[in-house]
Design a protein around this ligand. Structure first.
Ligand SMILES: Cc1cc2nc3c(=O)[nH]c(=O)nc-3n(C[C@H](O)[C@H](O)[C@H](O)COP(=O)(O)OP(=O)(O)OC[C@H]3O[C@@H](n4cnc5c(N)ncnc54)[C@H](O)[C@@H]3O)c2cc1C
Length: 550
């Protein structure tokens, strides 16, 4: 019989950027005080680049956490001391998508939205034997691609199928960054599912893991196929238009609404439970659901611009000119500028190395930018959002005050760009000096740019926060605030402006017996991974509630 094993995480090992991974087995065993021949398994748990300058020099290296599998009763003087010192810790247990003894209801449940939150909720439900219908107002991947191309040719957006709506949700045309600030055991099965669908295995440990639009477009149909094989039915071009409800009493006697069916643009669909994974841009649907009793509250959201530099400037600033820099490929950055006095904090967000600025547009007459890139990060441009946070104190009271504020600014930028989705652009140096850039340098923005006074188009608070950030970031990346930096706007949908309150434990929407709001549109996530994790978590909450006694 194989003796039971235990997995230990060896933290912060040093690894040269030229070294092969196999050196880690011995290095981890030595650091942990484990005899090499007693190691039963070894794998990288996390790998990040350390590009800090120490003294006057910079030595690029990886910082690596390694998981070592050893006999559960392993002991030794050096090993015991390493455990006591905290240099090694027990590896966290990964979460699971499976629930013991889930109820297999006879009816079907409906998931609205095929973004990461909706897909992972549907996946987890189907893995546990629940019959699921996924509806999405947008088109299936190929048709959606044609709609996006048509928009770029005609400059007439299709409000139902575009860069934000359709198979895979808002992240389908993205950098496919998979890192998140949440540290959740469900991250492991979420990533493993992507690997099973064809994603590279290093996403399981790379601290800057990304997939890229090209690979996402291969992975999504595989994921869809695996889910269809489990009985999930996808309904494209099918918009949620309303709820058919009755009421019931909770265990403690409170009367709550219960959804019996959903009204869609393709007809009525019966439903035993409903998951809402609408994303941050389905403003019409959120208003409609609010009118039908769904609680909605305003929440702070990020606002600012995209900033674009030559990738080479960023890579040199981050990694220097040494020979190792080339091995690491195009560099990314993540920078913060703290609040000072009345000027709020700001930060870079959603950085796309070797990427393209895109118009994430679903509503005619409104302009909003974002960034995407392919897996090779091969474009000569690097872009990122440069944003600050706006809350009800800045934009006023009422659940939809933030939405109205976003819309007003998005219209302002649309008009300043010439009312055809061309974006206003301004050099970083001119933004600081408060003057126009007569001929903005080339930008990767797919719909073109015109000279624009972004400094006066933005609300004053955002202008001041971004000015401070440009000056601050120059210390980290020389040239950041120069004419080589181009500001393109508006970036208004890095996160959603509303939240849908839900119970912490059951994930049920306040006042409903069977509605689960989730993902970015519910203010419960921000980014691909956190939305996916939230979707999986809401599905598990439902399954655990409806478990059969063992
Ligand atoms: C261009 C771009 C690049 C991005 N890059 C990254 C990145 O690299 N990494 C990262 O972590 N995040 C990135 N993001 C953010 C990320 O995509 C979102 O945080 C994430 O997709 C949110 O997931 P979600 O499932 O909550 O909602 P979404 O992905 O927005 O999905 C919502 C879905 O609901 C559907 N829907 C809406 N209303 C209805 C209705 N009434 N009826 C039926 N269906 C409806 C929509 O069609 C859509 O498909 C990017 C976003 C954009 C726009």
């Amino acid at each position: 019989m194989i003796p039971p094993a235990r997995t230990w995480r060896i933290l912060n090992l040093d690894m040269g950027v030229n070294e092969p991974e196999r050196v880690l087995r011995e290095r981890a065993a030595t650091a942990a005080g484990v005899d090499l021949e007693r190691v039963r398994g070894c794998r990288i748990a996390r790998r990040s680049v350390d590009a800090r300058v120490r003294g006057k020099s910079r030595r690029l290296r990886f910082i690596v956490h390694v998981d070592l599998v050893v006999d559960a009763d392993y002991s030794g003087v050096r090993f015991d001391a390493a455990v006591r010192s905290g240099k090694i810790v027990e590896a966290p247990q990964p979460g699971s998508f499976l629930v013991a003894n889930p109820t297999r209801g006879t009816g079907r449940v409906v998931v609205v939205g095929s973004g990461p939150a909706g897909l992972y909720a549907a996946l987890v439900l189907s893995l546990n034997g629940v019959a699921v219908d996924v509806i999405d107002r947008g088109a299936e991947l190929k048709e959606r691609g044609r709609d996006v191309v048509r928009f770029h040719r005609t400059r007439t957006p299709n409000p139902e199928s575009n860069l934000l709506f359709g198979e895979g949700g808002a992240g389908t045309y993205s950098d496919g960054k998979l890192y998140t600030r949440v540290d959740d055991p469900l991250e492991v099965p979420c990533l493993e599912e992507l690997v099973a669908c064809g994603a590279p295995p290093d996403i399981l440990f790379d601290s800057r893991a990304h997939i890229g639009t090209d690979r996402l477009h291969k992975i999504l149909p595989v994921l869809r196929g695996r889910m269809e094989a489990r009985g999930v039915r996808f309904h494209w071009n099918t918009r949620l238009d309303g709820l058919v409800m009755d009421s019931c009493n909770t265990d403690d006697g409170a009367s709550v609404r219960r959804v019996r069916a959903v009204r869609t643009s393709q007809g009525e669909m019966p439903c035993d439970a409903l998951w809402l994974a609408l994303g941050h841009s389905a403003r019409d649907t959120v208003r409609l659901l609010h009118e039908q009793g769904l609680q909605v509250a305003a929440k702070p959201f990020q606002l600012g611009v995209r900033i674009e530099h030559p990738q080479e400037l960023i890579t040199r600033g981050r990694y220097g000119d040494g020979p190792d820099a080339a091995r690491l490929g195009p560099a990314s950055y993540s920078l913060i500028c703290k609040a000072e006095g009345k000027i709020p904090a700001s930060y870079s967000f959603c950085m796309c190395p070797g990427g393209t600025i895109v118009g994430s547009i679903n509503t005619p007459g409104l302009l909003c930018t974002n960034g995407m890139s392919n897996s090779s990060h091969s474009s000569p441009w690097a872009n990122a959002a440069l944003v600050t946070t706006f809350g009800p104190a800045e934009y006023g009271a009422g659940p939809f005050a933030g939405v109205a504020f976003q819309e007003e600014l998005e219209r302002r930028f649309f008009e300043a760009g010439g009312a055809d989705y061309t974006a206003p652009a301004q050099g970083a140096d001119d933004f600081l000096a408060g003057r126009s850039t007569p001929k903005p340098r080339h930008s990767s923005y797919t719909l073109g740019t015109v000279p624009g006074r972004i400094d006066s188009l933005l609300p004053p608070l955002a202008r001041k926060a971004i000015m401070r950030a440009l000056l601050e970031y120059e210390h980290h990346i020389p040239g950041f605030r120069s004419a080589a930096g181009l500001l393109v706007g508006l970036e208004s949908r890095s996160s959603g402006p509303v939240r849908m309150p839900r119970d912490r434990e059951t994930a049920l929407a306040d006042g409903f017996a069977n509605v689960y709001p989730m993902g970015e549109g519910a203010g419960q996530a921000g980014g691909i991974m956190s939305a996916a994790i939230d979707g999986a978590r809401c599905a598990l909450a439902y399954l655990q509630r409806s478990r059969r006694p063992a």
